[in-house]
Write a new protein. Structure first.
Length: 428
């Protein structure tokens, strides 16, 4: 597959299979020792379409906080673009692996499935939130372990590393603005899995459902979605189950007695005034202190904005918004500031970010990880209201970008997310 074909594939929507029905629920429960307390999600069952480029953008943004700024770690983050030639489509328009992708085996295939599982899971989770709370716009995707957990427990003057917890936490916190309200937010947790094997994926999904219960907010369990992506050679499947409202679930461990939180009911919504996002909020889930919904959403939004700034190389904005735990976990300093570039999409969106020029079969490719310029500028300010309004305008630009791409085919391809993140692939 040459560069032109790879760009054509990632820029178009292809069909994949969503699976979330009563049979999946029963199959996954059979792999668990305890009552998982989950149910199927009809909105995520059946065929769906996605552009691989949107999956790659969600993967790049979600995983950026996992990488430091030294040479090797920076290379690992940019190397996510190796998945550019991984996808293909069959004659019926279904998303599948390319011939090169099918040759990936062993541990490398496992890593590939796990990483792409993150991108697909975040994509499905955003669709889930939109279906659960119609009109809600995803405002933040936050890596819980990096942004909201220090990895240590402090008792008096003694600090101890967290080696193993009674139960593991889910991967991500998602926050969405409530429709019709400027100061109300929904929140939920998401656990991501990925594999090549159908049966092993059921075991993974059972484990994911348990992990969803690793976070309690005001002693209650927030809504949660477990997504397991099966990256088979000839098809892509995204299987999903959500925590069932009103069911507490049951879990016993001979090593770690676990008290599961009370069920959340059918909604998790909190009122947070925008001015609160400008105050320093300390949230460290490893401290074991009671966690309020206001603090979780406040710190989560700040961490989301810091992650976006970091993704686009805006170190000043990262330092401005990163909660204390997040800043301590990431090694960021002025010497590591990358050179930034300005670009404009074919839809007229001004973009600011970092670039990498890669030589590939078929030519050179410029890759830009960036933000809508208005969002980038707002993040460098100290006004949360300005950031939120800029993100809203960027979200409205997504449809326009796709319309332009379909009407006026060109060489470059672009993905824009609701929060203003942008991925541009530009042949040179």
């Amino acid at each position: 597959m040459d560069l032109r074909r790879a760009l054509d594939i990632v820029a178009q929507p292809w069909t994949y299979f969503g699976v979330s029905d009563a049979q999946l629920c029963a199959d996954v429960q059979a792999y668990a020792d305890d009552d998982l307390g989950v149910r199927d999600v009809p909105a995520l069952d059946g065929e769906a379409a996605v552009r691989p480029l949107d999956v790659l953008l969600r993967l790049a943004v979600a995983t950026k906080p996992q990488y430091q700024t030294d040479l090797y770690e920076a290379h690992r983050h940019w190397s996510l673009l190796r998945y550019l030639g991984l996808f293909d489509s069959d004659s019926d328009g279904y998303l599948c692996l390319s011939s090169a992708g099918r040759r990936i085996v062993g541990n490398q295939r496992r890593v590939t499935s796990e990483e792409l599982g993150i991108g697909f899971a975040v994509h499905r989770a955003q669709e889930w939130m939109a279906a659960r709370w119609p009109g809600a716009t995803t405002a933040g995707v936050i890596d819980i372990d990096v942004a909201l957990s220090s990895g240590v427990i402090r008792v008096g003057a003694v600090t101890s590393s967290v080696v193993q917890r009674g139960r593991r936490r889910p991967d991500y916190l998602l926050i969405a603005e409530s429709p019709g309200s400027e100061d109300r937010y929904h929140y939920a947790v998401v656990e991501c899995k990925g594999t090549k094997g159908w049966r092993y994926g059921l075991d993974q999904l059972a484990s994911a459902c348990v992990q969803l219960r690793g976070v309690a907010v005001e002693s209650r369990q927030p809504p949660g979605l477990a997504v397991g992506t099966v990256l088979a050679d000839d098809r892509v499947y995204c299987r999903a189950l959500e925590l069932s409202p009103g069911r507490r679930g049951h879990h016993e461990s001979a090593t770690y007695p676990v008290q599961l939180p009370e069920s959340f009911g059918d909604a998790a919504e909190v009122h947070v005034e925008r001015e609160a996002f400008e105050r320093i909020v300390h949230v460290d889930m490893d401290e074991g202190a009671p966690l309020s919904a206001e603090d979780l959403v406040g710190a989560g939004m700040q961490a989301s904005w810091a992650s976006l700034a970091d993704f686009a190389g805006n170190d000043y904005a990262f330092q401005r918004w990163a909660p204390p735990v997040f800043r301590a976990n990431l090694d960021r300093d002025v010497r590591a500031r990358p050179q930034r570039v300005e670009r404009q999409t074919r839809g007229g969106l001004d973009v600011v970010g970092v670039r990498n020029l890669i030589t590939l079969p078929g030519g050179e490719l410029e890759v830009v990880f960036g933000l809508a310029a208005e969002v980038d500028e707002a993040l460098a300010d100290r006004d949360a209201n300005r950031v939120i309004e800029a993100q809203r305008r960027a979200a409205s630009q997504r449809a326009q970008e796709r319309d332009v791409a379909s009407r006026e085919p060109g060489d470059d391809v672009t993905a824009v997310s609701d929060d203003g993140a942008v991925l541009m692939l530009i042949p040179r």
